[in-house]
Design a protein around this ligand. Sequence first.
Ligand code: NDP
Length: 276
Amino acid sequence: MLKRLAVLGQPISHSRSPAMHSAALAELGLAEEWTYEAIEVAPDEFAERARSMAGDGFVGANVTVPHKLAALAIADEASQAARAIGAANTLSFRGDGIAAENTDATGFLDALQQRPGGKRALVMGAGGSARAVVWALVSHGAEVAIWNRTPERARVLAVEFGAEVTDAGSDDVDYEVVVNATTVGMGASSGEPAELQSLPLDADALGGNHVVVDLAYGANETELAHVARARGARVVDGLEVLVRQGAASLRIWTGLDPPVETMRRAARGRLDSGSD
Ligand code: NDP
């Protein structure tokens, strides 16, 4: 019987996940048995739709904006990471119910490609993806400071996860890892107004000692990624994080080592939207 996979979101038509996962399934020799599709689901339909998927032959689903909280809420069991983060992006439909995982956190750590333990990290943003990033960094021993446009949200997150709050500014050179988890830069394309003025970073202070992770991505490199790279920082862009979270999901569903390079090529093949 065909094993179906999907990504659920709204909007979803520009998601790169179907191309990325379909390429991976083909590379693994599973293209005849497994499929991956994008399904647009409105918030008020999400719970019912997700619960009916097992009956329609689905074995798993990625979940993206705006359903990640609801995905955790409907699950029968959830990983420690998903519970701590308060959101799930990966569902598995099993005989005994729905299992929830959050691979945004592991995807971020895999993309970082270095142990964050003992490092000072600045996370900009306090929304859903910032929760996964802050949890991942703190639980692996980094010292994390959070900046957010609305400072109260940074305070709430910092208390919950054991991080600090910062207004960043001139002391941002102290951070070895800098993460943009805001929507600034999302859907970046040439001709966009300058993004960096919305963030607290002094771009001139970035250099070879910094790793800059920009979760946002679009048709073109984000201004943050561009400037950081030009200053000699190691840059991890949003597509790399997307690939790594997708690879972690695929490992959960198939139990196989995901072909990361194939997924990377497929994800970068279409660069016309900012949706994950
Ligand atoms: P949320 O809507 O949950 O959070 C948005 C965040 O952006 C908030 O902290 C918000 O601040 C901030 N923000 C919005 N507008 C501005 C602005 N003009 N200036 C400064 N800060 C601003 O979004 P998510 O956390 O789900 O997503 C954030 C980004 O990460 C998006 O670009 C998304 O595409 C990307 N992403 C990428 C993934 C990947 O795999 N590469 C995975 C998940 C997300 P405030 O609290 O003040 O409103």
